[in-house]
Design a protein around this ligand. Structure first.
Ligand code: 5GP
Length: 193
């Protein structure tokens, strides 16, 4: 049986990644989405077990001790991590899985599964555009916004190590580019077959 690929899509906060990931998941229903564990608060519209498994700090730390996580990072004061059970689910079924995780997490997945991982970095067209997008989102208060912007430099540096860079200048074009990359690396079926 062919082994599925592990496709990582990373972007700075506000980089438009969520819209891209959503569109790609709709176009390729055979893709599995890796549901990460996190300690951050659930946002409106999110469902436990769909966007994330929402855990308390204590629960997350016991998952770390139990070695249940392939990788984990502390981001903006919360824990985020990829569950081994999610990766095993994909590899056992020979299915391709999509990871919406940060740049450091992506590089860790690549280290763990070098032959199976495809890294895609979504770049904002500029720092100014990114700032504007984040301010318009209004899901974060000022302090959170500043923290997210402070992280961008590291993200862009680490993102330059990714094998694919997609500039999100125009959303539909960026989506098409990500879809092409995935189709070139994995056997995935579109909704039209
Ligand atoms: P958000 O709180 O906006 O959902 O996510 C914040 C950041 O955490 C995003 O860059 C997202 O991709 C990243 N993230 C989500 N899940 C994981 C994970 O399992 N591991 C790592 N390293 N980052 C994650």
């Amino acid at each position: 049986m062919s082994r599925g690929k592990l496709i990582v899509v990373s972007a700075p906060s506000g980089g438009g990644k969520t819209s891209i990931v959503k569109a790609v998941m709709e176009r390729y229903p055979s893709l599995l989405f890796s549901v990460s564990a996190t300690t951050r608060a659930m946002r409106a519209g999110e469902v436990n077990g769909r966007e994330y498994f929402f855990l308390t700090m204590k629960e997350f730390e016991s998952r770390i001790r139990a070695n249940d996580l392939v990788e984990w990072e502390e981001i903006y004061g919360d824990y985020y991590g990829t569950l081994k059970s999610e990766v095993d689910r994909a590899l056992a079924a020979g299915r391709t899985m999509l990871f919406d995780i940060d740049v450091k997490g992506g590089l860790s997945i690549k280290r763990g599964y070098p032959d199976d991982t495809v890294l895609i970095f979504i770049k904002p067209p500029s720092f100014e555009v990114l700032k504007e997008r984040l301010s318009n989102r209004k899901t974060e208060d000022d302090a959170t916004l500043r923290r997210r912007l402070a992280r961008v430099q590291m993200e862009v540096e680490k993102g330059s190590l990714f094998e694919h860079q997609v500039v999100n200048d125009e959303l539909q074009r960026a989506i098409a580019e990500v879809e092409n990359i995935i189709a070139n690396h994995a056997s995935v079926q579109t909704i039209n077959g």
